[in-house]
Design a protein around this ligand. Structure first.
Ligand code: 13P
Ligand code: 13P
Ligand code: MG
Ligand code: MG
Length: 373
């Protein structure tokens, strides 16, 4: 049977009012470009979204993961938006995430974030795509562990025989560019040992253990490791397949009910709560350039196409009064974290800072430091 691939490729190529949100012309340009790609038969369906200042291209096709034509389409879209819209309008951070000049077959390692999942369609295949702004790929570590390994979150791990064998986590060492596969529940302490350092280790894929069915894929680039210096946080994306032998949509969403602290926020240098929001109403960042935000888009996949609630328009899964509870909690946590100013752990550790004055302060004070006996 022909397999279907979902590719989510995203980048920040400029925004209005600081790092707040993209210009409408940028989103219109991306839609036009992908409509042409659909017309030509390269992709089967698409959806363009934004979360904060990041634009995401959700594309379905039959060309598999890491396909050069699909990656080139995304790269060209972001490059053309930068040259034709962001730069002439002097948008903030125009072309921010395009770290390389020439495209060379794959956007991985060039700045944009990529999550891709190729699979054989089941009889019915509901998926959720999450996208976050003002944080890093390791922000998914805690919810992914809850979704696929924690029976206090996912009832199906206990009561559904088809989930009972557990899941395999592929964890990436972002610094070394290596992956390791570990099985939950047997190796859950080792998994948590790695996931506890989200700036270094992030989940790249999840498979169902009994048949290696692909269950989830996340973007795992770290811009700073590519550029060799601090260039902002990566604002990651995550694809999760659900239901019928996988965690239910409601179990997947439940992992976001209590906003956990993630690295990013103002100047990419602070810990803040991840706030779940409607992508129609609040895919924006304001308070201290945040708090960090996550949106959830739901579709069915049918014969290689995204089926939303109206065409490819997805279900807006955090648009429910229930999530006001989480948003209020996130607001309280955000204000509380700000009472600590630039004292860790509110501020990130020195190696994670976008800019630091510390070496200058140390140089200035060098002669004034006195040895103690
Ligand atoms: P500026 O130094 O240009 O104000 O940038 C601050 C910031 O938003 C870092 O990304
Ligand atoms: P982005 O990584 O979303 O561009 O945000 C950068 C920043 O410095 C926000 O304060
Ligand atoms: Mg930005
Ligand atoms: Mg961003």
């Amino acid at each position: 049977m022909v397999k279907t691939t979902i590719s989510v490729i995203k980048a920040d190529v400029g925004s209005v009012a600081g790092h707040h949100r993209p210009h409408k012309k940028m989103l219109d340009y991306a839609k036009q470009k992908l409509a042409e790609a659909k017309e030509s038969g390269l992709i089967k369906s698409f959806y363009v979204y934004h979360v904060g200042d990041d634009i995401g291209l959700v594309m379905t096709h039959h060309k598999g993961e890491n396909n050069p034509e699909i990656h080139k389409l995304a790269w060209d879209t972001f490059k053309e938006i930068t040259d034709k819209i962001s730069k002439p309008l002097k948008l903030y951070g125009a072309g921010q995430d395009l770290l390389k000049e020439a495209f060379s077959g794959n956007v991985k390692g060039m700045g944009p974030g990529v999550a891709e999942l190729e699979f054989e369609e089941r009889k019915s295949d509901p998926i959720v795509v999450f996208a976050a702004d003002k944080t890093e790929p390791g922000a998914w570590n805690l919810p992914l562990y809850k979704i696929f390994a924690d029976p206090f979150n996912t009832a199906g791990l206990i009561i559904d025989p088809s989930l009972h064998d557990g899941f395999i986590f592929e964890v990436m060492d972002l610094k070394e560019g290596k992956v390791v596969r570990l099985k939950a529940p047997e190796e859950s302490y080792d998994i948590l040992g790695l996931l506890g350092t989200p700036g270094r280790y992030a989940v790249s894929k999840v498979f169902r253990a009994r048949d290696m069915l692909p269950a989830a894929a996340a973007s795992t680039s770290r811009l700073s490791f590519i550029a060799g210096k601090y260039v902002g946080k990566d604002d990651p994306v995550l694809i999760v397949r659900t239901q019928h032998g996988l965690p239910a949509v409601g179990e997947v969403l439940a992992a976001f009910a209590v906003p956990h602290l993630v690295a990013g926020w103002m100047r990419g240098s602070h810990n803040g709560p991840l706030m779940p929001v409607s992508f129609r109403k609040h895919p924006i960042v304001t308070y201290f350039d945040g708090p960090p935000r996550v949106i959830a888009m739901g579709w069915q996949i049918s014969n290689g196409e995204l089926i939303g609630v109206d065409g490819t328009e997805p279900a807006d899964l955090f648009d429910d009064p229930f999530w006001d509870y989480s948003r209020n909690l996130a607001s309280q946590i955000a204000v509380y974290m700000r009472t600590m100013g630039e004292i860790m752990p509110a501020r990130l550790e020195p190696a994670e800072l976008e800019y630091t004055t510390l070496p200058k302060i140390l140089a200035k004070l060098e002669s004034r430091f006195k040895k103690v006996d």
